[in-house]
Write a protein that binds this ligand. Structure first.
Ligand SMILES: [Zn+2]
Length: 485
């Protein structure tokens, strides 16, 4: 069934019944009137949602600088009758769009920040839009607009008296850097939610069953004494020596950490010229593990290594925290509900032009040509160690139950954070994934609003998985690091 036939099906009541019966055989929750209304709403707003996503794709603004992108999303929500609170958690680009009143309160997050240096046109060959500028290489332009599409569909149902409660869209900036959601979470903005949803662009359609890595991000700086490196080096104390000893220690530590641990660093400062003993040096270091508790164990060793390195080089040292993220807590009950709704909607289908685009772009990149995967992937088993990478959605998942969707917006096994993802996110392959996400998340929200028992079961699983862990923001004191310019 191609995309256009599927669109016609949704508009035709007779055929819709046919597809409804078909869906009934495969999945638990029925395509009831409210879900039909969600699908119709996304269809109705399709053109505007694509325009909104493309606008943000063009702005390509980076963490905490997403002024135009945040305004575009907030203005869109406001023009559709949602109440807006702009600049929440002291972040000018963070906002909340809400509709309805009372319980349940169902939240959905939308990201919109881009990545540096990845500017790219929506073409299947490497062609920057503006050389050196940022680009949406993680598809967050689609993420924000898709989530808002789902929230607006629910808003319309609440306005029509078909659902009771509150829908709340969170405009969450700075995911790629600076941990935007953690600053929002520290203000308690997610505390009263019953359930929260999110999605992420991907090369597969699935209800996410995999966790993510917990991480801590630090700056380790050393301060010594400069001197002429040839004339009187005995008077100098090299901060760079300490930084090198520190990273040597970190690299020896690798043998003694658990397999899930990842440690990576760069030198931020390492002297200016060889004939001056550097009096300052700095290392930017991230420690990741499957669990937050695992990161803490490595953190203690790292601090000893910094102290030892400073002692050996005879210099001062300082460790400053940038931020830290929790691992994502999976909710299987929620994922199953989402999965059933994805099955009900059916796979994403592509035109020959889109398949050609996908194959051409993978060839240009030098990757394997595997087409585009629009199928709904069966629910996976949760792996003991998650795939590499971290997200600030992890922090929300420790505060309230979180359900995450992945939707295909790029060719199969496309290299993420690359120009390939930017190109696909600015054309129909990306748009189709975004619209699919809006429908699947909207339909899942209908279940969450209508089924109290489901909400209770989701909450029960959340409490069990969280156990005794008490969430606490891993952030330095003071306000968020909003750039001044
Ligand atoms: Zn991302």
């Amino acid at each position: 069934m191609n995309y256009w036939i599927k669109r016609i099906l949704f508009f035709s009541p007779c055929l819709l019944i046919g597809s409804f019966i078909f869906a009934q055989k495969k999945s638990a929750p029925p395509l009831n009137a409210e879900k039909q209304a969600v699908l119709a709403s996304v269809q109705k707003h399709e053109k505007e949602l694509i325009e909104l996503s493309d606008k943000i794709w063009g702005y390509a603004e980076m963490a905490m600088r997403e002024k135009k992108s945040a305004a575009a999303l907030a203005d869109f929500a406001e023009s559709r009758g949602m109440r807006i609170s702009r600049g929440v958690a002291k972040i000018p680009t963070a906002f909340i769009a809400e509709f309805g009143s009372g319980k349940p309160i169902i939240g959905i997050v939308g990201e919109f920040d881009a990545l540096p240096g990845l500017s790219q046109k929506a073409t299947p060959r490497k062609e920057p839009l503006t050389e050196g500028n940022p680009g949406h290489a993680c598809g967050h332009n689609l993420f924000g607009a898709g989530s808002l599409g789902a929230a607006i569909a629910i808003k319309e149902l609440i306005a029509a008296g078909k659902l009771k409660g509150t829908v709340r869209f969170y405009g969450t900036p700075a995911e790629e850097d600076l941990a935007g959601k953690v600053w929002m979470a520290r203000e308690g903005l997610f505390n009263d939610l019953d359930v929260c949803l999110d999605w992420h662009p991907d090369y597969e359609n699935k209800a996410n069953m995999q966790s993510s890595q917990a991480v801590i991000d630090y700056n380790i700086s050393f301060r010594g004494k400069s001197a002429h490196a040839a004339f009187d080096p005995w008077n100098g104390r090299s901060a760079l020596d300490a930084a090198e000893l520190f990273t040597t220690g970190i690299n020896f530590l690798r043998e003694h950490v658990k397999p899930g641990v990842r440690i990576h660093y760069v030198f931020r400062e390492a002297g200016k010229v060889p004939n001056v003993i550097p009096d300052t040096a700095a290392v930017w270091l991230w420690i990741r593990d499957t669990k937050r508790s695992g990161v803490e164990a490595v953190d203690k060793r790292m601090r000893d290594i910094a102290k030892g390195a400073a002692l050996m080089a005879g210099v001062e040292y300082n460790i400053s925290l940038n931020n830290g993220l929790y691992e994502l807590l999976i909710n299987e009950t929620g994922a199953k509900t989402l999965h059933a709704n994805m099955e009900m909607i059916g796979p994403i289908t592509y035109t020959n032009d889109e398949l050609d685009f996908a194959n051409k772009i993978m060839k240009e990149y030098g990757g394997e040509i595997k087409g585009i995967n629009g199928a709904i992937k069966p629910l996976e088993k949760t792996k003991e160690d998650p795939p590499g990478g971290s997200t600030d959605v992890g922090d929300i998942s420790y505060i309230v139950p979180e359900i995450t969707l992945m939707a295909t917006t790029a060719p199969y096994e496309a290299p993420w954070h690359s120009w390939v993802v930017v190109a696909c996110g600015g054309m129909s392959i990306g748009h189709k994934g975004m619209l699919f996400a809006a429908k699947a998340l909207g339909a899942t929200m209908v279940d969450l609003f209508q089924n109290e028992k489901l909400r209770q079961d989701i909450r029960k699983e959340f409490e069990q998985r969280k156990g005794k862990e008490v969430w606490k923001a891993i952030l330095p004191d003071g306000p968020p690091p909003v750039p001044v310019d």
